[in-house]
Write a protein that binds this ligand. Sequence first.
Ligand SMILES: O=C(O)CCC(=O)C(=O)O
Ligand SMILES: [Fe+2]
Length: 318
Amino acid sequence: MRILNPMGSLTLHKLPTIDFSKENLKPGTTAWNKIRKEVMSALEEYGSFVASYEKIPQLQDAVFGALEELFDLPTQTKMQNISSKPLYGYVGQIPVVPLYESMGIDDANTSEGMQAFTYAMWPNGNEGFSEKLLAYTKLAAELEEIVVRMIFESYGVEKYCDSHLQSVGYLSRVMKYREAKENETKLGFVSHTDKSFMSTIHQNQVNGLEIKAKDGEYFGVDLSPSSVVVMAGDAIMAWSNNRIKSPHHRVIMEGKGRPRYSIAQFSFMDGTVQTPQELVDDEHPLQFKPFDHLEYLSFFSKEENRRLECALKTYCGV
Ligand SMILES: O=C(O)CCC(=O)C(=O)O
Ligand SMILES: [Fe+2]
């Protein structure tokens, strides 16, 4: 489809939207197999897709109301939250991305993780905040698990799926992007690939996310209230032996008169990321050596490694 991108030029790209709202979406059913096919072709083409999920719209107001309340806290308070993982602590007021502010929430899809976070932010915790955010983070984890099951099945390695899902933990990054002032950069988030296995991204009704297609062109993602972007991270790129590539993406704030809030949830493996032997053969020689997921995160968190074109290849490429 030909559509205009924000720069006014023609683009051939539009992220596919896949509907996950079917009741009883169960492995083995016709509906499951149909969606699985759509998921695989989108992931192999764009490394991402838009999932529409009817349970999401009713959570929107609560989730973004909660994020407004959080970002209104004094900076001193917000700075206390130091995620246990490198790269996901409080970020605010960096000259290259002055519009951007974020905080990380470890184990964000569990009551314990959310509690620990709210007790760092509010003297007596914040039950309302926990409830509102958990309703979303649990859904996002559930959605990712469905997608991961489809991927494992589709590559004929479903026997490894349960142990994979058991080894995965979720970390959320909540973000606020203010509007750019005149003469200020519109860049909200510099171009990067995610270091996760997979990621999900949800936003309030202010667009800004752009994804780089294989031909090098960035194109905007238009998200409806029921949508979540599902995106491949570097770890699934290694795991899939390069069949699925983690796409570069960035955020550009075009100025909609109000801030953009988003919540990205990342899955990390507790231990080694390793390509299943079934995905390696003469036509597909091994591309990446096994590596410890969290050690890769530490590697990337070093200043000198941030600028690498493909940190994954440098770190563990064969
Ligand atoms: O805010 C967004 O839409 C994207 C954020 C992102 O790419 C990230 O946190 O890794
Ligand atoms: Fe990202």
